[in-house]
Write a protein that binds this ligand. Sequence first.
Ligand code: AMP
Ligand code: MN
Ligand code: MN
Length: 317
Amino acid sequence: MTSLDEILKEIKKAKDIVILTHENPDGDAMGSSLALYQALKKMDKDVELIVPKYSRVFTCLPKIENVKSEGTKKEYDLAIAVDTASIKQLNGWANYFEDAKYRIVIDHHSSNSMYGDLNYVDLSSPACAQVMYVLFRYYNWEITQEVGNCLMGGIITDTGGFQYAGVSKETFEIASTLISNGVNVSKLYKQLLSTNSRTSFELRKIALNRLEFLEDGKIAYTYITKKDEKKVKAETGDYEGLVNEGRNIEGVEVSIFLHEIDNGYRVSLRANEYVNVSDVCLMFGGGGHVRAAGVTMQGTPKQIKEKLVKEIKRQLK
Ligand code: AMP
Ligand code: MN
Ligand code: MN
């Protein structure tokens, strides 16, 4: 029996199911979990999708109105975590996962710690939504237009609009099928990727003004503090994508972006060609993908920058 058969067996057995995803959810986290939510709902499961806080950008995704910020039960028959590399990333909502009678992980992170009873992790997938598509196909679950929009939303955000490494023939084949099912890529692209809110634009200006080049221009570094966010009246997720500004500059191999949170800074690292930023983040207790990873660190921006640069330097050519 493949793990996909086993997953379906567990889903069939369960009455109440909770779906969870990582903190600071991106389009892939939201799209993959919303697609799964719709399939389980159709199977008449008592299903809850718990996402404590998400960006206003995602309100364009179908069924988002069903997302709950807290669960109604203490113990679910089954918990499914999507697009999440480790239990730590479920943050304060890890209890719903830990307390469930059975636990499944569906993901695509190379640093996935296999923290479920069953783990379906495809490292070759550029988005968890692509992994989710494989499930839909294997189980013969109907890919409605609404499910299609969620899956496509996940794929286009995690691939930066089909541009990152990992995008394959299969990704385009899936996109092609989703378009046949009524998905409007241009509309989703505009809503999820190219539109900036005024406040995120103001934050971008601050981050760009502060951007520094280090190590002969191979590293770009910038940050955003709580004070900056207050100044521009930033909303949840407004800093999303800022790490790409540095990455897209000629000669830069690694882009570092820090974002202040309650207990330190959320670090985002992106690499272009050869630095393994997942390894760099693993050194400090985080993880992610080879060319896109994250971690939470304590200290001042300058201290964190110095620690990171010291590690990154080892890999620079
Ligand atoms: P971000 O920079 O927050 O967009 O994260 C980049 C990638 O690394 C995403 O796929 C995250 O899910 C993953 N990631 C971020 N933080 C961590 C962490 N602490 N542990 C494992 N993976 C992480
Ligand atoms: Mn994600
Ligand atoms: Mn993802």
